[in-house]
Design a protein around this ligand. Structure first.
Ligand SMILES: O=C(O)C[C@H](O)C(=O)O
Length: 451
């Protein structure tokens, strides 16, 4: 196994770095500029969409290699192969529990707060054409099609088509094969570890463009949808943000505390990524960076490689809270009184359909369309009501999804005995700081996993 140099700066070095060279400061300033520009010159703001899209494309370009290399080298580095099945089993148990809990939280909050009550909207007056496209896309995502889609046409196509689950599938098989071949395959393993160095260095370079992406995406959001659009559906948006905040700080916070780390410190450690997710409204925008940072925080490479990419399909806490909350909001706004049985049916369908969601902007909306097309009690046309604020809802979905997956990876690593506690403490308590992507060209390596 090659030794990967640990080049993270210590706290002393970092203190000498001017504040404006930290990535999170740059992204924060970019978001503020984007909001201002979108509010003052909406047309110019809306026209800046390509900046955000371009950055997302840059990140998507490296997602498949990052997942492939992390999973292959992670699995091949695990001493026993049964560990792969064990990690997967633990991850799925975690995903099932917390994503179901998120759906229940959305359902309970909607019943208590009743954000859509008293709106008296007649579903027949809604523009059902506006969501026909979403409903159509949703129809294409049946369970069987979703499962079959995990198998790629060819091994290389898994890496070139940009599908996270296909890449993961091929990487797991390749990692297991590499491990079974053993000694004769060691040069392949060493080679892949060296390629990992290069790819993470590339990620570091790409992240320098994050402020531009966040600026363009934010200017577009505010320019196109306007802050005013929030006012009409303020109760729904505010309920969703508050519920997600309570979920993250309360539920995930308790999980973190039980496992010996602080959710607030984790959030502080991942602040640059979270701001980027907020700006681009896509949790995938920070996926490669999350993988690198979790490894640097002492989580085993194999565990991170297995948990994070699968979590991006199966553990979307924000999307799940949104699904039940938004479905009940539509029912309340259109005057439909759902019985407990109908709510239970909604929950059951959402449990399945939410598993096909993704970390790209708008994915949660399509997943909701899929759910409502199956559940007869809530009209799909009612989604036209919330289409205008979806971008703002998407931001909250992605932030919650991202945090949920970061917590899941640390917890599963701990369950598996593959968490370096001392390192996690060091990193979260700022004694070793790896949030220094912008210090200089060389320090782009900070996202490289520790040896
Ligand atoms: O990015 C995500 O995790 C979710 C996405 O933004 C969405 O709109 O559902």
């Amino acid at each position: 196994m090659i030794a990967i140099p640990d080049r993270s700066p210590d706290a002393e070095t970092l203190r000498k770095v001017p504040f404006y060279r930290h990535l999170y400061v740059q992204v924060l300033v970019a978001i503020a500029l984007g909001v201002t520009l979108g509010a003052v010159w909406p047309e110019t703001g809306a026209a800046l969409k390509p900046l955000g899209d371009g950055f997302i494309k840059l990140v998507k370009m490296v997602i498949a290699p990052v997942i492939f290399l992390t999973v292959v080298t992670g699995i091949a580095g695990m001493r026993e192969l049964t560990a792969v099945g064990r990690v997967a089993g633990k991850a799925f148990a975690y995903f099932l529990f917390f994503s179901t809990l998120a759906l229940i939280v959305g359902l309970v909050v909607a019943n208590v707060v009743q954000p859509g009550a008293g709106m008296n909207v007649d579903p027949a007056t809604l523009d059902s054409k506006a969501i026909a496209d979403y409903a159509h896309k949703a129809e294409e995502t049946s369970l069987i099609a979703f499962l079959l889609d995990i198998i790629p046409t060819t091994i290389p196509s898994a890496l070139t088509d940009g599908s996270i689950l296909q890449t993961l599938f091929v990487a797991i098989l390749f990692g297991i094969s590499l491990s079974l071949v053993g000694k004769p395959a060691e040069p392949v393993f060493d080679f892949l570890e060296r390629v990992t160095l290069v790819v993470f260095r590339l990620v570091g370079i790409l992240m320098k463009a994050a402020p531009i992406g966040a600026f363009g995406a934010m200017a577009f959001t505010i320019g196109k949808y306007g802050i005013a659009s929030l006012a009409n559906l303020g109760a729904l948006v505010a309920t969703f943000y508050l519920t997600s905040l309570i979920f993250v700080l309360g539920i995930l916070g308790a999980v973190a505390w039980l496992h010996g780390f602080s959710i607030l410190k984790l959030i502080a450690y991942l602040k640059a990524e979270l701001l980027l997710v907020l700006g681009t409204s896509s949790s995938e925008a920070a996926l490669p960076s999350l993988i690198g940072k979790l490894e640097r925080a002492g989580c085993d490479k194999g565990v991170v490689g297995l948990v994070v990419p699968t979590g991006y399909s199966f553990n979307l806490d924000g999307t799940n809270i949104y699904m039940t909350l938004a479905a009940l909001f539509i029912a309340q706004a259109t005057g439909i009184d759902l019985s407990w049985g109908e709510q239970a049916a909604l929950l059951g369908v959402a449990m399945l359909s939410s598993k096909g969601a993704a970390g790209v902007t708008g994915a949660g909306f399509i997943t909701l369309a899929a759910t409502l097309s199956i559940v007869p009690s809530v009209p799909v046309a009612g989604m036209a009501l919330i289409l205008g604020v979806d971008r703002f809802m998407s931001e909250c979905r992605s932030l919650t999804n991202f945090t949920g997956n970061a917590v899941a990876a640390i917890v599963v690593a701990r369950w598996e005995g593959k968490l370096d506690r001392a390192r996690l403490d060091e990193v979260l308590n700022n004694r070793r700081v790896s949030d220094a992507e912008t210090i200089d060209e060389d320090d782009a390596l900070v996202t490289v996993p520790a040896a």
